[in-house]
Write a new protein. Structure first.
Length: 160
């Protein structure tokens, strides 16, 4: 069931739904609050931040779906999978966003799932490994992260 939510979160908007192409500072701030909570192994903090992010863009199905995965999680790993889906959506949008805020992109080679993430401040602070390995990962370019997110979304949408 979780993989269905993750795939749905990566899909583009359906006909009649608004197409969200902007990545605003407010959206990134809410996203970063989810990241920080996961980095600190705080499931309830991640859930609260995900609810706030979802309320920010209630008609944005991919964001709302990914945020709902985080909100419904009963343990950190599931919340982190939802965060991966959320990261994939937002990172892919950076490719076509105009006026997006300054962010840094990172990649965690140890996490099984979409393992790129964004931060508003430089310096690795890994949400996928949390307190166990907070500095695990490597900085990457936003362009490389956008390419990975776009490829993951295309692969998820391809018929099997």
């Amino acid at each position: 069931m979780l993989w269905i939510l993750l795939v749905l979160a990566a899909l583009p908007a359906r006909a009649g739904e608004p197409v969200w192409t902007s990545v605003t500072p407010e959206l990134i701030a809410h996203y970063d609050a989810v990241r920080i909570a996961l980095r600190n192994d705080q499931l309830q903090g991640a859930q609260s931040a995900a609810q706030a992010l979802s309320a920010l863009q209630p008609g944005d199905t991919p964001v709302v779906t990914a945020a709902a995965t985080i909100t419904a999680a009963t343990e950190l790993h599931s919340a982190r999978l939802g965060f991966g889906a959320l990261s994939q959506v937002l990172i892919a949008r950076l490719g076509s966003a105009s006026g997006a805020p300054k962010v840094w992109a990172y990649f965690c080679p140890m996490f099984d799932g979409f393992s790129w993430w964004l931060q508003v401040k430089p310096g690795i602070s890994n949400p996928y490994m949390g307190e166990a390995m907070p500095a695990c990962g490597e900085e990457t370019s936003v362009k490389a992260a956008v390419k990975a997110a776009t490829k993951a979304a295309t692969n998820a949408a391809a018929p099997r």
